[in-house]
Design a protein around this ligand. Structure first.
Ligand code: ASP
Length: 601
């Protein structure tokens, strides 16, 4: 028997017709075993692909004991074989498999390890319950989908590193045991054993550290950074996630946007082979809300919102008249292409959907071939209908849905209905990549719960030039030098130009209700750094998990993370979080005064 090292070792995806006649060694997992006419067929699998192996008891090259061992093989056994490569017989070739023209006639076999019967078929693409996939993640990772996704992830990260390296950026690691940096979430805390009663916070992002790197004169920084945010679990939220984090000195908004845009274009080209139309469209926040009812508009389709308050103000529909009279309101018409065929009941169902978004109702007009129909047909004059048709370009066959509410609510409802219509009409091409920038966000917003003024991005974001005057008189109108990159309706990331003068940063903190003592306690180190010649600077972070998810055509970030937490923030494979021995708590000077909860999936 030839020893495995004397012959060429190949991967399971490597052999082609040209290799026929040679002898090779292959190692991998038993993907499937089929017994057929006295022969045993094994599909051998590794990261690279599948190769068909044949154990032929009538072959003089196959020792009898090897055939007996082959009979023991089961799915997921790990084996090493020597095999003679030969062409498959005509009619048995597989065009959809890279190695489908050949097979390996086995001459030697070693079982490197056995496997328990897997809880799901690794070779199949059947839908497996996600909690089972996560519990046995190592088996799930063997499946082609996860292998492909993690390969794409690697390529994207590499493309990012190469892009920034070529432009003079340094990749610098920032620590994970730090003091809190606020990004609007709760911190994960790590108790200190050495300093009992004191805690580190895990970074919600490296925000302050990257700004201090700029103050430290490093000029151009990037990092593939892990961030931790202790928020309530939600379908697609991970307690820890990865972002491409970037910061630069002596830049304005447009410089950072151009740099990041270049990165995304480069990544899509080199890692995915897709060219993105440039320049990426730029929308002010106000325009995004006005036209699409969202600050992360999906631009794969049109269906823009039309403001019709002026047109319908004079109608006999009391709601329109009242709303049109109020300054802070919006009346929006949304065109539903082909919507005129909907039945009354279907329009009622759509109104229920709108109510779920916060609407009081959903008046509509349907331009059917038999004339105008709809819930408000009696209260709008033919002149108004003609104007509406002109403004919205509604054709025969279309319907118009009307949303009238306070400005922000109306925009939000109409924005969500726009998506709903696009979904029904299948306008969201899963293979299309529609990027856009949204910028000039408000610097502050009102906290929905407390009504207090809070930051929209984070407290280090600078207002736009000339906006400082509004700062005291009308803070909610101040526009920030804050930009978001959006893809297919998802926010890929945010960035901003920062406050680099200590006095102004203090003013922002004051505006947010922090007094000097609190500023000193939480941000004293940073305020001090700003006083030592902090240069103008700005940057951005892009969510890596989300980018990879969209690039892979997945709908959950868990499918592009090797070891994600489940939807309840648990690691099901390691069983974390979990209780710790009493001695560990004693060391930390901690005591627990809640009853341990029964573990949930
Ligand atoms: N630190 C911000 C974030 O994590 C990004 C940035 O402003 O650079 O969203």
């Amino acid at each position: 028997m030839a020893t495995e090292t004397t012959i060429r070792v190949v991967s399971c995806g490597e052999l082609r017709a040209g290799d026929a006649g040679g002898s090779v060694c292959l190692r991998g997992w038993v993907n499937r075993r089929r017994d057929h006419g006295g022969l045993i067929f094994i599909d051998l699998r590794d990261r690279d692909g599948l190769t068909q192996l044949v154990f032929d008891p009538s072959s003089p090259d196959l020792p009898a004991d090897v055939f007996a061992t082959a009979e023991r093989l089961r799915a997921e056994f790990v084996i090493s074989v020597n095999a003679n490569v030969r062409l498959r017989l005509p009619g048995t070739q597989k065009a959809d498999l890279a190695t489908g023209g050949i097979e390996g006639a086995v001459t030697a076999l070693t079982i490197l390890n056995e496997s328990l019967t897997p809880p799901f078929v690794v070779a199949g693409d059947d839908d497996v319950d996600e909690n089972v996939r996560l519990r046995y993640r190592y088996l799930d990772l063997r499946r082609p989908r996860m292998q492909r996704n993690l390969t794409v992830r690697h390529k994207i990260v590499k493309a990012m590193r190469d892009y920034f390296d070529a432009r003079g950026f340094l990749e610098i690691e920032t620590p994970n045991l730090i003091k809190s940096t606020p990004e609007g979430a709760r911190d994960y805390l790590v108790p200190s054993r050495v300093h009992q009663g004191a805690f580190y916070a895990l970074p919600q992002s490296p925000q302050l550290l990257k700004q201090i790197l700029m103050i430290g004169g490093l000029g151009r920084y990037m990092q593939i950074a892990r961030c931790f945010r202790d928020e309530d679990p939600r379908a697609d939220r991970q307690p820890e996630f990865t972002q491409l984090d970037v910061e630069m000195t002596f830049v304005e908004e447009a410089d950072v946007m151009a740099m990041m845009e270049g990165c995304v274009i480069d990544v899509w080209r080199t890692a995915l082979g897709v060219s993105i139309a440039t320049p990426i469209e730029r929308l002010t926040y106000e325009d995004a809300i006005r036209r699409f009812g969202s600050d992360k508009p999906d631009l794969r389709f049109g269906l823009e919102l039309t403001d019709v308050a002026q047109i319908v103000a004079g109608s006999d529909f009391p709601l329109f008249a009242t709303l049109a009279a109020g300054a802070g309101n919006r009346i929006i018409a949304l065109r539903y292409p082909g919507g005129a065929v909907l039945s009354r009941r279907e329009f009622d169902a759509l109104a229920e959907t709108a109510k779920g978004f916060g609407a009081k109702g959903l008046p509509y007009l349907a331009f059917t071939a038999d004339g105008l129909k709809g819930s408000i047909v009696k209260v709008v004059s033919p002149e108004i209908v003609a104007e509406l048709q002109r403004y919205t370009a509604a054709q025969t066959g279309d319907a118009l849905l009307f949303v009238g509410e306070a400005h922000a609510l109306a925009s939000d409802i109409a924005g969500r209905l726009r998506i709903e219509i696009a979904e029904r009409l299948k306008l969201r091409d899963p293979k299309a990549f529609a990027f856009c920038w949204v910028y000039h966000f408000p610097l502050f917003e009102r906290d929905a719960e407390t009504g207090a003024i809070t930051f929209s991005h984070h407290p280090f974001t600078a207002p736009g030039p000339g906006q400082e005057d509004l700062f005291d008189s009308d803070p909610l109108r101040v526009r920030a030098q804050h930009y978001d990159l959006v893809l297919n309706g998802y926010e890929l990331g945010s960035g901003s130009i920062r406050n680099h003068k200590e006095a102004f940063q203090r003013k922002v903190f004051h505006r947010l209700g922090l007094d000097d003592a609190t500023i000193e306690d939480r941000f004293g180190f940073f305020m001090e750094a700003l006083r030592f010649g902090a240069p103008p600077h700005g940057g951005m972070a892009l969510g890596l998990d989300r980018i990879v998810m969209l690039a892979c055509g997945e709908t959950s970030i868990r499918d592009v993370i090797a070891f994600p937490k489940n939807q309840l923030a648990r690691d099901l494979m390691m069983d974390a979080p979990s209780s710790v021995p009493a001695a560990a708590l004693r060391d930390l000077g901690l005591s627990i005064n809640v009853k341990p909860q029964p573990a949930q999936l």
